[in-house]
Design a protein around this ligand. Structure first.
Ligand SMILES: [Zn+2]
Length: 173
């Protein structure tokens, strides 16, 4: 796996030595920089009929596939706030931050700018009355889809973590 960094953050030299999976140490200035896991919030939103909110992905990775709304948690933002923000941005559906309940975490690998970033998907569940306001808003989704849970082709979802999360939700119903 190629490293996402080639130069020292601190002095700009290219003399980085990988000491472990997470530590890159600069031979020129001794500064250590670390590869951290990126956290993402992922949403399982159901309406009163038990349909699940899905989005058809407009961009790579997994362009054209159905996936769950979600995205990277921004600095100083809670996972719940990120979940509400991503759902609103991607699907037009409003879910209050205090409406989420926790399902679990799943390890993901997110391909971005030529590198594979270790990602932890934090998955939350919520119920809303209806999806009347659903629409592809910000260009992340080409369409927003509501599917009855038992009609979802789980194995065709965009990411393994989405497959695992939906399976775990199905096991609870
Ligand atoms: Zn340095």
């Amino acid at each position: 796996m190629s490293l996402p960094f080639h130069f020292c953050y601190h002095c700009g030299s290219d003399q980085l030595v990988q000491r472990s999976w997470r530590e890159l140490k600069c031979s020129a200035c001794s500064y250590s920089q670390y590869l951290f896991v990126t956290s993402a919030a992922v949403a399982l939103v159901q309406d009163a009929q038990g349909r699940l909110l899905l989005m058809r992905r407009a961009h790579e990775p997994a362009k054209g596939k159905l996936g769950l709304p979600g995205g990277i948690i921004e600095a100083w933002q809670t996972a719940e706030a990120a979940c509400s923000r991503e759902v609103l941005e991607e699907t037009g559906i409003t879910v209050p931050e205090d409406a989420w309940s926790y399902l679990g975490t799943f390890n993901n690998r997110y391909q971005f700018q030529g590198y594979i970033w270790p990602t932890l998907d934090i998955v939350f569940m919520a119920k809303v009355d209806h999806f009347d306001a659903a629409m592809a808003v910000d260009g992340e989704a080409s369409e927003v889809v509501a599917q009855p849970l038992n009609e979802i082709a789980v194995e065709d979802l965009a990411f393994q973590t989405h497959i695992d999360a939906v399976k775990r939700l199905m096991a609870r119903v």
